[in-house]
Design a binder for this molecule. Structure first.
Ligand SMILES: C[S@@+](CC[C@H](N)C(=O)[O-])C[C@H]1O[C@@H](n2cnc3c(N)ncnc32)[C@H](O)[C@@H]1O
Length: 315
């Protein structure tokens, strides 16, 4: 029987990390975020986890150490490092929660330091002062560190979302292994009913398509090579550069939230509260992460087991 590992999710959002470790020996003992809407989705899908509304700008070393987790997962806000943001890095107000965690980290006593830690962010984080500070702190506390950029298209998913990942462990990291994932066609993630008869709120009005359509990425659902661009939190709000569109019988439609969740790698059982507006669902999913990519980067961490008898390399 694999030994179970405990994990603390910082900036848990709707639970991309929780979905990635479902069915493994990783047991989430705490999930912290400040957004009530994100936590409503998280709690609906992971009712057993201890999800708490928390402002991480006020977290203390003893709050963090109190969870006694073997592993910390961090998905801090990405706007401070994003090319679409102001790239103010640690000076951005939205970076203050990560800055706080970095500033209390040296105060975590040796005996309760997490054995492993991992972080996900936009590619620009690789050049950020925040990343430099994090690496400095982890090195000082004897973590082995590995960083990489990974896009789910490298894992066979028909959806782009290149992100920076850092994994670190005081127990050492497992050697990298080549990835081999057969490509999955876009149509396997689409609701066929929506291609013939999409709900009106998914349809893009014809006059908008006529005016701006040239700037849209409109995909043919039957194209075996089709892939989506990254869905951002602005999908459904910004017309351009926020995600792809689909050609359908009645014109052009947006992707449904459930389809985006599937492309991120959330399981079919994942659900969104009926009370959330469509715009909010798109917003929360655009802030989330590729579950498939998290599983891949976790292969580097020692002791993670996929629950089917495989240890980390098969996770
Ligand atoms: C990039 S998203 C992470 C999303 C998450 N990985 C998921 O799967 O949905 C960043 C998250 O940080 C949260 N956040 C931002 N500032 C925060 C703060 N001061 N305290 C706690 N959470 C915060 C946001 O609510 C958001 O859910």
């Amino acid at each position: 029987m694999p030994i179970s590992l405990t994990a603390l999710e910082l900036f848990c959002g709707i639970g991309g990390f929780a979905a990635a470790v479902e069915g493994t020996n990783v047991h989430v003992v705490g999930a912290l975020d400040q957004s009530p809407a994100a936590l409503a989705v998280y709690r609906l899908n992971f009712p057993e986890h201890n999800a708490r509304q928390t402002d991480l700008e006020k977290i203390t070393a003893s709050d963090l150490a109190g969870f006694g987790a073997d592993l910390w997962w961090l998905s801090p806000p990405c706007q401070p490092y994003s090319i679409r943001g102001n790239q103010k890095d640690l000076a951005d107000p939205r970076a203050q929660s990560l800055a706080r965690i970095l500033s209390v980290f040296p105060g975590i006593p040796e005996g309760v330091l997490p054995a492993s830690l991992a972080l996900e962010n936009v590619a620009g984080f690789a050049r950020a002062q925040a990343r430099e500070r994090l690496v400095e702190l982890l090195t000082a506390r004897k973590y082995e560190i590995r960083e990489r950029l990974l896009c789910p298209t490298e894992l066979g998913m028909p959806s782009r979302r290149a992100r920076y990942y850092l994994v670190a462990s005081r127990l050492g990291l497992l050697p990298p292994r080549p990835v081999s994932s057969p490509p999955r066609p876009l149509r396997s993630f689409l609701n066929p009913v929506f291609n013939d008869d999409p709900p009106s709120e998914l349809l893009v009005p014809a006059d908008v398509v006529n005016k701006f359509g040239e700037g849209f990425r409109i995909l043919d659902p039957l194209d075996p090579m089709a892939y989506t661009t990254c869905f951002t939190a602005g999908y459904g709000k910004s017309l351009m550069h926020a995600g792809s569109y689909l050609r359908c019988r009645h014109g052009v439609r947006r992707f449904a939230p459930e389809e985006i969740a599937g492309l991120l790698g959330f399981p079919e059982t994942f659900s969104l509260p009926a009370t959330l507006s469509l715009r909010k669902c798109w917003h929360l999913l655009g802030n989330s992460l590729s579950v498939v990519a998290v599983r891949e980067v976790f292969k580097a961490l020692p002791g993670v087991n996929n629950g089917r008898g495989g240890s980390s390399p098969e996770f």
